[in-house]
Design a protein. Structure first.
Length: 202
């Protein structure tokens, strides 16, 4: 691995998000981090996740690579990165404002446009719902509150427009109830689990 003296890494503030696994001489990023990389004499810097390699030349980008989630993501704020998935010889180059989405189980990936502000929101301990479902944000909610959200089939489809910052868990659940009067929720604080159902499931 290249030396990190020219690189600023911003770990997620919740649950010790950055995790590095070393195997066969390589270091792999697991979970989530923002990298701010300054070019050193044109030499590339590499970030390895479990399923792809990112080649970097002077840039700022976000990596979300949780091994327990079906999808991982790389989002570029500025500069340029080249991504090489392990399951194909095809490479993807990102421009600012683009995201690389990888589904390792299906050996598929795609390049899309995502609002950069919503991707970097976790650095400010913020969760942004911009038409997202609870299912879309389940991983972020777990990292934000430390509780596992278990959703019924109908609850998974409910969409919201909201921004979470300093709201407590009770405040968040009360807001959900206000926005979707048909939902029901049950909390087990010992197991740190929350079950959310919708009247359509009854």
């Amino acid at each position: 691995m290249d030396k990190l003296r020219a690189i600023k890494v911003f770990p997620a503030p919740i649950l010790n998000e950055v995790k590095v696994i070393t195997c066969a001489g390589l270091s792999f990023l697991e979970r989530k981090a923002i990298f701010d990389v300054k070019s050193q004499n044109g030499k590339p810097f590499y970030v390895h996740t479990a399923h792809y390699k990112i080649k970097v030349l002077g840039t700022n980008f976000d990596v979300s690579a949780y091994t327990n989630e079906e999808q991982s993501r790389v989002t570029l704020l500025k500069g340029k990165v080249e991504i090489s998935p392990d399951f194909t010889s095809q490479k993807t180059i990102l421009s600012p404002g683009e995201s690389f989405l990888c589904q390792p189980k299906d050996s598929t990936f795609q390049k899309i446009q995502i609002p950069v502000g919503s991707v970097y929101a976790w650095r400010e301990k913020t969760v942004i719902f911009d038409g997202h479902t609870l299912e879309d944000k389940r991983g972020e909610l777990y990292r934000h509150y430390g509780y596992q959200f278990l959703l019924s089939s109908s609850a998974k489809k409910l969409k919201y427009k909201a921004t979470l910052r300093d709201e407590s868990l009770d405040e968040f659940l009360s807001t959900l109830k206000f926005l979707s009067p048909g939902i029901r929720y049950r909390i087990n604080h010992e197991q740190k689990k929350i079950w959310i159902t919708d009247y359509k499931d009854e």
